[in-house]
Design a protein around this ligand. Structure first.
Ligand code: CP
Length: 309
C-alpha cells in the first residue's frame, strides 16, 4: 500500500484498510523478534527524534527499540533535560529539532493538540505518542493488534473499557478504533470519572461493573490518573478498588476465555487485582511486545511514505 499520511495524530485519520496494512506490516516484523540478531537495514540513514515532555516507559522505549531494530538513528529528548525548562516555547523547541533534519519526531506532551500543533509547522512526520487527554493512537493500534492476534477479526466482539475514562487518551483512541474494526464497546467507571462527551461516543455506558462485564470478550482496565485529578474526584481509593477494580468474580461473569488488557503502568490492587494482572488470560505483556512491532510498522510506513496527504 502506498502510504499517504505525513503524520499520525489519531486513529480517526486512518481507514480500516490502512489499519489492516499496519497490522500486516507489524505481523511481518514479528518474525524478526524471534531471531538472534533482531536488526534489519530498512531505515538505515534515517533519523527519528523521541521528544517526551511527559514520563513514559513503554511508549518511549518501544519506539526507541523499534527504530534501532530498523537501523534508524534515534535521539531522545526529555522535558527535564530540554530548554523547555528554561522557558523555550513548544514552537521554538520543535523548529529547533526540525532544523536538525530528522525524518520523524515522536512527541508526548501534556497538552491536548500538541502533536497537531507540531504537525502543522514541521516538514517531517509527526507521530503522536500521547497528547493530554486527547489521543494515544499508537496505544490503540497496539491494543487492537494484540486482540487481532488472539481473535483474527474483531467484528462482533464486545470490549469493556473500565476505569478513569475522563483523563484517558487511551480510552478515547480505543473507542474510535474498536468501532472502526466492528467491535462493540462498553464503558464503565464512576460518574465523576466519565467525561461529559461520553454520551456522544459510540459506546454503551455502565455504572455497575457486575452488569458491564456480563458477556464481554475482553476487559481493558485503565490506570487511575491521580496526577491529572486537580479536584477530589474520588472519596477513597479502597472504595474505588472495591467498586471498580477488576477481580476474579467479575471475570467469572464475562465470556469464557475473556481477555484482560491494561495499557500500563498498573496500580496493582486498585484498577486490577494482582492475580488477574498475572493470570493466563492477561495480555498485558503481549501488549508490550505488540508495541514494538506496531511501532516498527508505523516508523517504516511514515518514514518511507511516498504520497501526498
Ligand atoms: N501505555 C503507556 O503509554 O505507557 P507509558 O506511559 O509507560 O509509555
Amino acid at each position: 500500500m502506498k502510504w499517504l499520511h505525513k503524520d499520525l495524530l489519531d486513529v480517526s485519520q486512518l481507514s480500516r484498510s490502512e489499519v489492516m496494512a499496519i497490522f500486516e506490516t507489524a505481523g511481518r516484523f514479528q518474525e524478526l523478534q524471534e531471531r538472534p540478531v533482531k536488526k534489519v537495514p530498512t531505515l538505515k540513514g534515517r533519523s527519528v527524534i523521541l521528544f517526551f515532555a511527559e514520563p513514559s516507559t513503554r511508549t518511549k522505549t518501544s519506539f526507541d527499540v523499534a527504530g534501532k531494530r530498523l537501523s534508524a538513528d534515534t535521539f531522545s529528548l526529555a522535558k527535564s533535560s530540554s530548554s523547555l525548562t528554561k522557558g523555550e516555547s513548544l514552537k521554538d523547541t520543535a523548529l529547533t529539532l526540525q532544523a536538525m533534519a530528522p525524518d520523524a519526531i515522536v512527541i508526548r506532551h501534556w497538552c491536548s493538540g500538541a502533536a497537531r500543533f507540531l504537525a502543522d509547522r514541521l516538514e517531517c512526520s509527526v507521530i503522536n505518542a500521547g497528547d493530554g487527554r486527547h489521543a494515544h493512537p499508537t496505544q490503540a493500534l497496539l491494543d487492537a493488534f494484540t486482540l487481532h492476534q488472539e481473535w483474527g477479526d474483531l467484528a462482533g466482539k464486545t470490549v469493556l473499557i473500565l476505569g478513569d475514562i475522563a483523563h484517558s487518551r487511551v480510552a478515547r483512541s480505543n473507542v474510535i478504533l474498536l468501532n472502526k474494526l466492528g467491535a462493540r464497546v462498553r464503558i464503565c467507571g464512576p460518574r465523576t470519572l466519565l467525561p461529559p462527551a461520553v454520551r456522544t461516543w459510540n459506546a454503551k455506558i455502565f455504572s455497575n461493573l457486575d452488569e458491564a462485564v456480563k458477556g464481554v470478550d475482553a476487559v481493558m482496565c485503565l490506570r487511575l490518573q491521580l496526577e491529572r485529578q486537580k479536584q477530589g474526584l474520588l472519596p477513597d481509593l479502597r472504595e474505588y478498588a472495591r467498586t471498580f477494580g477488576l477481580a476474579r468474580r467479575h471475570v467469572d461473569l464475562a465470556n469464557q476465555d475473556v481477555r484482560i488488557l491494561h495499557p500500563g503502568p498498573l496500580n496493582r490492587g486498585v484498577e486490577i487485582s494482582s492475580e488477574l494482572a498475572d493470570c493466563a488470560d492477561s495480555l498485558i505483556l503481549d501488549q508490550v511486545s505488540s508495541g514494538v512491532v506496531v511501532r516498527m510498522a508505523l516508523l517504516f510506513l511514515y518514514m518511507t511514505r511516498k504520497g501526498e496527504e
